[in-house]
Design a protein around this ligand. Structure first.
Ligand code: GTP
Ligand code: SPV
Ligand code: MN
Length: 620
């Protein structure tokens, strides 16, 4: 097409769709021309049914029973890539330890070069979206437009964000939207994971522009969720000084006896149990008394409300992009219901049987289907044709996922779309450690709570990935999404939470402690995790006092409600004991970890020294 024809064609589609925002129209014209796409299509959520039919016809989706779908991503494209992710700005002072900062002036031309002509022959979809409940005080930071050349990405966006032209047409400042561009590229030829890797996932944070090239999977391609909802929002929260954007779950607990409701949010590193905890049901023995409401499983934005001075949180997302592995009736019954027939769920990279339209993943049932006829693993290979002896590899990719909307989750909170969000009573950090960390320890001091978040970590999962007993630190579970230097990030935490008139209680939880002899999990986890949170709420209400230790308050054994549980006394004791020698070892690693961050507030160092001294003197 000639330049003049492009303008006419683009304008015709934007007019048809009623997309009137002139700044959005400019954005679309510019990138449509640069990427060389052949057709343009503006998307609203109501287009879902038709787009699903088109995707089925094109073989991008397969039917997985009534109203459910299956997709397979390119085998070289199955997870977020941290090495290829960059935060760019024009100020070198924005460089931190984890944000992979690069100059915007270098990255933008680089991405333009890769994207030029790269959508030739494809449709460019225009996806206007909102990452917030409508009417939220933070809505000004939540509007975006993703341009993408992948139909499956559109279908995921419709489930994960609120999608429609109304979100951009009525902006008070027409230019105040995040400009997202996603170009898939030739996935076969991008050298993924090699020195010649051509992929780039760039957030130009001071221009509110997101340019992602070289993937069509998850956070690499759905720009609303991770790139906007976490990286861009964390930058905007810092530059405005108004809010925190965190990889946090968000839930409510109601005590039906007293009528009291508490709201808890918190971070756990990726694949460490946020979805499971956020969707949890009360254990059967406690179900008559407590109800858990689900708000969100991956992102929360936190701000201080000027009305009552409390911290309020929203979940900016519209759906759940959950880990499939080990999801079953016992571990997560609400997730099982949320992905049932009729929910519109899209499964990606699980195992699939085209004959029965069934899906399976490790942990869905204790054993894989006995009759392997028709079953293909996540790569598309027939399980029945696996060569003898090589049948050990999982049928589903370990990062295979389901995508469903929040409204499908049976215990979704009745007020989940409340614009101002919900007041936060506690902020928890959940590590993944086999020793040292007790089941739960509460922290009442603000600086010590923030310090605890900054030293959050998970055990290295492969022997090669780290040294035994040394954590892979993941501050507040934001390591892959950090947008600003860590010192500034910590200062913003102290400032925002510090300005609340009613401070949330902090706590560290760990469901993963193991017996040093036989390696079994000391705590059964999953639904029983609620018991630790119930103790925390009682502590907050002054109904229990726990035991003071150098690293926080742990429950006295009799304070935990263990009704209906069969926990050996010996395991319980271990779960609540502080191993001082191991902790002192950990303090040395922490010192090294924190020293890498320039400009870390003195309050954080003071908290570190206080905890170190308390451990040395053996007194709380
Ligand atoms: P992202 O979506 O990647 O950010 O992850 P997430 O934090 O939401 O992880 P998710 O809840 O999906 O949990 C991932 C893994 O942790 C699964 O393999 C779960 O089975 C396991 N897991 C979750 N809760 C528990 C628990 O209480 N105990 C044990 N032992 N494992 C758990
Ligand atoms: C995570 O990896 O933490 C996710 C999945 O939540 S993705 O959206 O792919 O980043
Ligand atoms: Mn996540």
């Amino acid at each position: 097409m000639e330049a003049g024809e492009v303008v006419i064609a683009v304008d015709a589609e934007l007019d048809r769709a009623g997309l009137t925002n002139s700044r959005v129209r400019e954005h679309v014209r510019h990138w449509f021309e640069l990427t060389g796409a052949e057709r343009l299509e503006v998307v609203n959520a109501s287009d879902d049914g038709r787009l699903v039919q088109e995707a089925l016809a094109a073989g991008e989706l397969s039917p997985a029973g009534e109203g459910r779908y299956y997709s397979r991503s390119h085998p070289k494209d199955t997870a977020r890539s941290e090495e290829r992710t960059v935060v760019a700005t024009s100020d070198p002072a924005d460089a931190g330890v984890y944000n992979n900062w690069r100059p915007a002036a270098e990255m933008k031309p680089l991405l333009e070069e890769r994207m030029r002509g790269a959508s030739a022959g494809k449709t460019m979809y225009v996806v206007p979206y909102l990452m917030a409940p409508p009417g939220s005080p933070l809505a000004g930071y939540a509007t975006g437009v993703e341009l993408t050349d992948a139909r499956t990405v559109v279908l995921h966006m419709i489930r994960m964000a609120r999608v429609g032209v109304e979100h951009v047409n009525d902006l008070a400042d027409p230019g105040s939207f995040v400009r997202g561009v996603h170009v898939t590229g030739d996935l076969e030829k991008l050298g993924q994971g090699t020195p010649a890797d051509e992929r780039y996932f760039v957030t130009v944070a001071d221009e509110r522009t997101i340019l992602h090239y070289g993937s069509s999977y998850g956070g690499n391609a759905l720009l609303g969720k991770i790139a906007h909802g976490l990286r861009q929002a964390a930058y905007d929260g810092w530059s405005s000084g108004r809010f925190l954007a965190e990889q946090f779950l968000l839930l409510g607990i109601t005590d039906k006896e007293t009528g009291r409701t508490y709201h808890v949010c918190g971070g756990m590193p990726s694949a460490s149990g946020k979805t499971n905890l956020a969707m949890t049901l009360a254990p059967d023995a406690l179900g008559d008394r407590y109800r858990v409401d689900f708000y969100g499983d991956d992102i929360a934005w936190l701000r201080v409300d000027p009305q009552d001075g409390r911290i309020y949180a929203i979940n900016p997302e519209f759906g759940v992009f959950g880990v499939a592995k080990d999801t079953n009736e016992d571990t997560n019954p609400t997730a099982v219901a949320a992905i049932a027939p009729g929910t519109g769920t899209i499964f990606t990279n699980v195992a699939y049987n085209a004959d029965t339209q069934d899906v399976w993943w490790e942990g869905k049932t204790p054993q894989p289907p006995a009759d392997v006829t028709g079953w293909r693993d996540w790569t598309g290979a027939l399980v029945s044709e696996r060569p003898e002896g090589s049948d050990v590899s999982p049928w589903a990719h370990p990062n295979s996922r389901f995508t469903t909307t929040l409204a499908n989750v049976p215990n979704i909170a009745p007020d989940y779309e409340r614009p101002q969000g919900v007041p936060i009573d506690a902020i928890i950090f959940g590590g993944r450690t086999r020793d040292r960390e007790p089941l739960v320890r509460a922290i009442t001091d603000l600086a010590e709570g923030v310090y605890d978040g900054l030293t959050l970590g998970a055990e290295a999962t492969f022997a090669a990935e780290g040294t035994e007993g040394v954590l892979r630190y993941d501050p507040m579970s934001m390591r892959p999404f950090m947008a600003v230097p860590e010192g500034r990030y910590a200062a913003l935490w102290l400032e925002i939470i510090g300005s609340a008139t009613e401070k949330p209680l902090f706590a560290h939880v760990n469901w993963f402690q193991r017996d040093p002899e036989d390696g079994h999990f000391l705590w059964p986890g999953y639904r029983d995790n609620l018991r630790a949170l119930l103790w925390l709420m009682q502590l907050k209400a002054g109904e229990v006092s726990g035991t003071e230790t150098p690293v926080g308050i742990v429950p006295a054994p009799e304070e935990l409600d263990l009704r209906g549980m069969d926990l050996p006394a010996h395991d319980l004791e271990r779960l609540l004991t502080i191993d001082t020698a191991r902790w002192e070892q950990e303090m040395t690693h922490r010192e090294e970890h924190l020293s890498a961050f320039s400009g870390l507030p003195e309050e954080i160092w003071a908290a570190h020294r206080r905890v170190t001294q308390a451990l040395e003197s053996g007194s709380p």
